[in-house]
Design a protein around this ligand. Structure first.
Ligand code: FAD
Ligand code: S2G
Ligand code: ZN
Length: 486
């Protein structure tokens, strides 16, 4: 795991004492308190096994009231806190750096209401994304976001990281689909803004500040989100292409020819498919005859299967006749759809199995999306750090083309300071030079907070810090992360 030599525990934060535990025992059931060393481990390390904290206490509140009492007490006693959802975050945001108390939302996972007419869903923040999607599926609706981590991530974590994912192209970002939030502020104040209104133009739209705040401004306890109707007609096609220019023209044409039924446009390169075949079971074997430099997964979601089939086939025929793609296959049934998605969704896990993986989740104008991979590869080769037996074994590119979002993953044998020093700040300078963002959807956490200046101006960062100190004057919420250390 990454050590944090540059970080020191903030001595202003109180160390946990027996009377603190005694107090928490007065508000939580025994099942809501974890102190056992073994049990604490899973809460102290992140999904990538890159970061590890030393928290001695995990609290699992079962109600907003309990969250309010916990934060009130931590605020009054300067006890640092890290809110945790499904712990699938990729920037070390959901795990302690030192001994912060972990407040896990796992026990707050009920649906509070669902309006069958508007599609407005109100639920606890600890509800698992996939559980919510299944709940909606039974009612003919769909969650407006989907990510490979859906089986574990919480809607409260999705809101707190402003997660993007596989459906953003169709349904937009959480800044548009979230209708309201219930948030407990650091001093225990309960902010009840769980509106289900589509329109409400009365004052500053405060919920927006908590979307993407990564647990630094309070704990999200309730989410009101607008769920779209679930499409009856779903198609998924997998394309094999030779150049990224071809990927781009396939994307442009999909917007013209598939237009309103286009619901996802994901790409990955040959290095990605190699790892998926190497590390994931047969289910992901390549459904196309030969291997290609690039792959695109296209999904359409409409209301009329015939109409959509005709549109999709016309689009694909056009690509083949104009030599934009080398090969293509359309899923014939739900199982094949699931298999094609399993390849795309399996890439992160395959990357992690390839060794220590450095993830750069960057957004930029689509035309340069893959240049980032090529330039990184050239740069590492020039520095004698790429290839057989070198520091880095593979450079992988995949992501959400429609969002201009590349997931540049660089696999090394182990996490090491020299690996980081070689790639950073190079990759962030590259991103800034190409008018991109150093964090498209995963957030900042502890791994990017000190690089924020590559994407935000000093006056923006200054205002963020002023706002943070207004809302969290004791600085107890998720310290050491998100904003630059100085
Ligand atoms: P956690 O990891 O537990 O926490 C994330 C951050 O939110 C932390 O800073 C934490 O303090 C804070 N937090 C969590 N819950 C709350 C709360 N209730 N109140 C306040 N703060 C809170 N991300 C994408 O954007 N798009 C993707 O396509 C995507 N795909 C992924 C695929 C895989 C296989 C994996 C492992 C991860 C992927 N992610 C993706 C990253 C991750 O799943 C998202 O960031 C997700 O939103 C994190 O949710 P979580 O509940 O796991 O949050
Ligand atoms: C995705 C997952 C995390 C990663 O698969 O879309 O957001 O970068 C990523 O592997
Ligand atoms: Zn992603």
């Amino acid at each position: 795991a990454d050590k944090f030599p540059h970080m020191k525990r903030n001595s202003a934060f109180k160390k946990l004492s027996d009377e603190d535990i005694a107090y928490f025992r007065t508000i939580l059931a025994p099942s809501g308190i974890t102190q056992d060393k073994e049990d604490l481990q899973v809460f102290n390390s992140d999904w990538l096994r890159k970061y590890r904290g030393q928290s001695k206490l995990v609290l699992k509140p079962a109600s907003t009231e309990q969250v309010s009492k916990i934060l009130r007490y931590c605020h009054d006693n300067k006890l640092a806190v890290v809110p945790q959802g499904g712990n699938t975050g990729l920037v070390g945001g959901g795990v302690p750096v030192f001994d912060e108390i972990v407040v896990s939302m796992a026990n707050m996972n009920s649906v509070r209401s669902f309006d069958k007419v508007s599609g407005a869903l109100v639920c606890d923040a600890g509800s698992i994304l996939e559980v919510l999607d299944k709940y909606l599926e039974e009612r003919g609706y769909i969650m407006p976001l989907d990510l490979g981590a859906k089986g574990s991530c919480h809607i409260g974590g999705n809101v707190s990281t402003n997660a993007g994912g596989l459906r953003l192209l169709r349904y937009g970002s959480l800044h548009g689909t979230v209708l309201g939030l219930e948030v407990v502020l650091p001093d225990g104040t309960i902010l009840d803004n769980l509106s289900t209104l589509r329109k409400d133009n009365t004052g500053y739209d405060l919920k927006q500040l908590f979307i993407g705040s990564e647990g630094t401004l309070g704990i999200v306890t309730g989410v009101s989100i607008l769920a779209p109707k679930r499409s009856k007609a779903i198609n998924v096609a997998l394309l094999g292409l030779n150049t990224f220019d071809q990927v781009q023209s396939a994307f442009k044409r999909s917007k013209d020819e598939l237009c309103e039924i286009l619901s996802a446009f994901e790409f990955w390169d040959q290095a990605a498919i190699k790892l998926v075949k190497e590390h994931l079971v047969a289910g992901a074997n390549d459904p196309l005859e030969s291997e290609h430099r690039f792959y695109v997964l296209i999904e359409t979601s409409g209301s009329n299967k015939e109409h959509d089939d005709e549109k999709l086939n016309q689009y694909l025929e056009g690509l083949l006749t104009d030599d934009v793609v080398q090969d293509g296959v359309v899923a014939q049934d739900a199982t094949q759809i699931q298999k094609l998605w399993a390849i795309r969704e399996g890439i992160p896990e395959a990357c992690s199995k390839a060794g220590a993986v450095y993830k750069y989740d960057i957004s930029m104008p689509v035309p340069v999306l893959y240049q980032a991979v090529e330039d990184m590869q050239d740069y590492l080769t020039k520095n004698g750090a790429f290839g057989e037996g070198k520091l880095f074994s593979s450079v992988i590119g995949y992501g959400h083309v429609g969002d201009g979002n590349l997931h540049l993953n660089v696999a090394a044998s182990d996490y090491s300071p020299e690996a980081v020093d070689l790639m950073e700040p190079y990759v962030f300078e590259w991103t800034a030079k190409h008018a991109g963002s150093i964090s498209a959807e995963h957030g900042l956490g502890v791994s990017k907070n000190n690089h924020l200046h590559y994407s935000k101006s000093p006056s923006m960062i200054h205002l963020m810090k002023r706002f943070k100190s207004l809302i969290d004057p004791q600085g107890i919420m998720n310290p050491y992360k998100y904003l630059p250390d100085n």
